[in-house]
Write a protein that binds this ligand. Structure first.
Ligand code: ADP
Length: 515
């Protein structure tokens, strides 16, 4: 009896151990488990994983489902549990959506569960309780949802881009990273009269001029190897067999790591644009040439007029009356004026035609400003103008053609003299300024003259433009001085700009590169 009792004790200890192990496993299981009993679905058992899902340490044991988790009322769980209880058949759900109040008072949270409900069969064969067993798959569902929206968006934008490319009047194409062209837009097929089979991959060779193709291939393979953008103008054969010039550009599409994943490109017909540009250049060249030839030809007879007038003035053709002498002086004055105008036109034509030669050197600014002051002093005095010049810092040098620089400053100063009434003031100064592009030198020429209306400010730098007013009509000129001056300034890497207030005066600023 003693042995039997010992054995029984041992057995029950082993059973107790087994029971605890089962309870432990039940509690620690990564999947959730719950046992709900009776028509009210009273919680009989739940494990830690289940408590984690329902949140905030809710004690549900002994309570009916809708009392323990009131927010689940109306979500259909009572119907599912009842079905399992009555049929004795298990139910399996994937991604079953449940809304839970996981934090008290907060908004309901959405969770997704993979869950199996199966009947708990008692020893007597009845099944009054249901076991709910499963895993929380919320994270997986969210990831899947995010992926599919991303995919949908990607698809959507790819479709949009292709539609966009098809709508363009330009030819467009895409290629794989290795240069294999895998798509052309509708315009490409329309222009070349080809089909995808004719041109995909590297078969687009067929629409190229064989004489130019090697150069194209060389550049394209260089781009594929380096990843640098491709840009080239070459002829492409149209459906009717004629060739037309296209500007082709291709750029690499890179992934986050910077690796080329694709190429996208366009080919634009530039023939009409090229033709127009050539025609415009040709017309402009013809105009400059005409002006240069004309002004040159006009100077020869003018010299003769001056020469013969001088002969007469000197009395070589016989004695002159006072009236005749007076008339001859007028002839010679007009001749000088006309010669000035013609020289202006010739000068402009030369600058325009790019025929002007520049001797760019390092020029000491102070020297040039002093020379300009000396050369304009008589005119200034003649019009009783005050001239102020701030001496510019020693050693300030600019990159310029000395004569051209002087020509620009003299031209602006003589305008200032022309358009400033007696007693006015003209000032000249040079300053150095550090700009992001390097050092710039500014020469400022300010007058207290009649000023320039806003509407003319930009236009006075165009050839033959003069401000049309009562005030200026009496002052002579061709309207070429500023056009020439700005062209010269720009050709030396600088610029000429103006600011002005009508009635108060104008400031012309000449910028130059510091040496
Ligand atoms: P031109 O002096 O031979 O007429 P410019 O090209 O030198 O030609 O100047 C164009 C016009 O700009 C001038 O006719 C004049 O109307 C205006 N202008 C130039 N400089 C000044 C100035 N300092 N003050 C007022 N108007 C000016």
């Amino acid at each position: 009896a003693q042995r039997i009792a010992e054995q029984l004790q041992l057995q029950s200890a082993a059973l107790e151990l087994e029971r605890r192990r089962v309870a432990d496993v039940f509690a620690q299981a990564p999947s959730f488990l719950a046992v709900l009993r009776g028509p009210e679905n009273v919680f009989e058992l739940v494990n830690t994983a289940y408590e984690g899902i329902i949140g905030h340490g809710r004690n549900v044991i002994g309570k009916p489902l809708f009392e323990a988790l009131p927010e689940t009322n109306g979500q259909g769980f009572d119907l599912m549990l009842a079905k399992v209880r009555t049929t004795g058949e298990p139910l399996v759900f994937r991604d079953l959506r449940v809304m839970l109040e996981r934090t008290p008072g907060a908004q309901l949270e959405e969770r997704f569960l993979d869950v199996t409900y199966f009947p708990l069969v008692e020893a007597d064969g009845t099944h009054d309780a249901v076991i709910a067993h499963g895993t929380d798959v919320t994270e997986q569902v969210h990831t899947r949802q995010a992926l599919s929206t991303a995919e949908a968006t990607a698809l959507d934008s790819a479709a949009q881009l292709r539609a966009f490319a098809d709508a363009m009047p330009t030819l467009a194409w895409t290629a794989r990273a290795d240069g294999h062209v895998d798509w052309f837009n509708a315009q490409w097929y329309a222009y070349t009269g080809t089909t995808p089979e004719d041109v995909e991959g590297w078969a687009w060779h067929s629409v190229h001029d064989p004489a130019v193709l090697p150069g194209v291939l060389e550049r394209w393979t260089a781009s594929i190897q380096s990843g640098e953008a491709f840009e080239m103008t070459f002829p492409l054969r149209a459906a009717d067999g004629t060739f037309h010039m296209f500007l082709t550009r291709g750029v690499a599409v890179r992934d986050a790591a910077g690796t080329v994943v694709r190429w996208v490109g366009t080919s634009t017909n530039v023939e009409s644009e090229q033709r127009l540009r050539r025609a415009a250049e040709e017309a402009n060249r013809a105009k400059s040439e005409f002006l240069a030839v004309m002004s040159h030809e006009l100077r020869t007879p003018l010299n003769a007029i001056d020469g013969y007038a001088e002969l007469m003035e000197l009395g070589i053709r016989g004695p002159l009356t006072a009236e005749q002498r007076h008339d001859l002086a007028r002839i010679r004055k007009s001749e000088k004026h006309l010669l000035g105008l013609i020289n202006g036109v010739l000068n402009y034509a030369q600058v325009e035609a790019g025929a002007t030669h520049y001797d760019i050197e390092s020029v000491e600014l102070e020297e040039v400003l002093a020379t300009c002051e000396a050369l304009t002093a008589p005119q200034m005095r003649g019009r009783e103008l005050t001239f102020k010049r701030q001496p510019c810092a020693r050693g300030v040098t600019v990159r310029a053609d000395r004569e051209k620089l002087q020509q620009v400053i003299l031209n602006v100063l003589s305008n200032a003299i022309k358009f400033t009434n007696r007693g006015g003031e003209i000032s000249l100064s040079g300053t150095v300024q550090r700009e992001h592009a390097g050092e710039l030198v500014r020469v400022m020429m300010t007058d207290t003259g009649i000023g320039i209306p806003d509407t003319y400010l930009a236009r006075i730098f165009e050839p033959f433009v003069q401000v049309n007013s009562e005030l200026t009509r009496t002052r002579e000129g061709t309207g070429l001085g500023l056009a020439i001056s700005r062209d010269l300034a720009r050709a030396m890497g600088g610029d000429l700009t103006v600011a002005s207030i009508v009635g108060a005066g104008s400031t012309f600023t000449l910028t130059l590169l510091a040496e």
